[in-house]
Design a protein around this ligand. Structure first.
Ligand code: G3H
Ligand code: 13P
Ligand code: ZN
Length: 331
């Protein structure tokens, strides 16, 4: 039993006002844009995501990681989501909202999320031997599809939280595996590895060295082998330097933090990449604004003041992302 009280809470995503990713991705593929997938761990992040996506009229995928479930309590998070959907409606908007389990690592966790109102689950078997990844992903797909929940699988390993593989080249997705993986598992979308990584330190650069290009050649080969199939890009934060600078100015110590340049994210969004995952940029904005606010207002001790400042700036950053991904105006 993965979660106490799980049966009492069982709910289908449609009862929460959510949608799965099928129609979202069909439209994104057709319109050559990507739907943002934003992680959240607390109320202010969730509010900022909803306010931003309502304001710019963007579809959105809310993401909850295993770590978020542990931090915020999985039951509380599950009840916050219909509140967020209702908040969007009260703001006068009917934007499509999906709820995704980010980096699910077991059948039991994915099943618990399907049973608790998630509309998409990611099963990340990318670190497993190929056949084990296929078997685990297929098992999740069978259960999820019986509940109309869509599934994201992964082939290829990103650095950061997936750093189980040592050889540099084996990090990239092997295009020759994608058709077999997709047809045997039945996944609805596929996360690939083309040079991104999780976190705020995506590339180790020597002094003066330019940022490397993502492996768009691998992406193009995958698109050729899987025409019209939705691809997912993890580790897609740009590590926006203006926020890194604020953090460092107000007592932080982030050295050599770099991400994927925005022009490369824009290029990916116009391809078969239909879902772009962004977490670290939100963390940087949050930290920057809290540090700045507290440094400038040392006598303030009302959390609503500094968390409110973070929420306001987060909202602006999410709108900027929706515009970059081309999802703004597409709800
Ligand atoms: O892909 C990882 C996401 O940024 C979630 O990170 O596991 O620390 O919540 P987390
Ligand atoms: P970033 O760390 O680049 O924001 O990536 C987040 C992510 O891939 C979540 O699954
Ligand atoms: Zn990820």
């Amino acid at each position: 039993m993965i979660e106490k009280g799980i049966c009492d809470m069982a709910v289908h995503f449609s009862e929460l006002g959510l949608v799965n990713t099928r129609e979202m991705f069909r439209k994104a593929m057709e319109g050559k844009y990507a739907v943002p997938a934003y992680n959240f761990n607390n109320m202010e992040q969730l509010q900022a995501i909803i306010m931003a996506c309502v304001e710019c009229n963007s579809p959105v995928i809310l993401q909850i990681s295993k770590g978020a479930r542990k931090y915020a309590n999985q039951t509380l998070l599950r009840y916050m989501v219909p509140g967020a959907v209702q908040m969007a409606r009260e703001l006068g908007s009917n934007i499509p909202i999906a709820l995704n389990l980010d980096h699910g690592d077991s059948f039991e966790l994915c099943k618990a999320c399907v049973d608790n109102g998630f509309s998409n689950v990611m099963i990340d078997g990318s670190h497993l031997p190929y056949e084990e990844n296929v078997a685990l992903t297929k098992k999740v797909v069978e259960y999820a599809h019986a509940h109309d929940v869509t599934v994201e699988g992964e082939l290829g390993v990103l650095a950061g939280i997936e750093e189980h593989v040592s050889s540099e080249e084996s990090h990239y997705t092997k295009p020759e595996e994608v058709e077999d993986f997709v047809s045997r598992t039945g996944v609805d979308s596929l996360a690939i590895s083309i040079g991104t990584s999780h976190g705020a330190y995506k590339f180790k650069l020597k002094p003066g060295e330019p940022l490397p290009e993502l492996r768009f050649d691998i992406l193009e080969e995958i698109e050729r082998r899987l025409p019209g199939f939705p691809i997912v890009l993890h580790g897609a934060s740009s590590v926006l330097q203006e926020y890194v600078e604020i953090i460092n100015k107000y007592g932080g110590k982030l050295e050599n933090a770099v991400g994927v340049p925005e022009d490369q994210i824009k290029r990916a969004a116009q391809s078969a990449v239909c879902k772009i995952n962004i977490d670290s940029d939100g963390r940087l904005v949050f930290t920057a604004m809290v540090r700045k606010y507290l440094a400038e207002n040392p006598a303030e001790f009302d959390p609503r003041k500094y968390l409110g400042a973070a929420r306001e700036e987060l909202k602006k950053m999410y709108i900027r992302k929706c515009e970059l991904l081309g999802s703004a105006g597409k709800a």
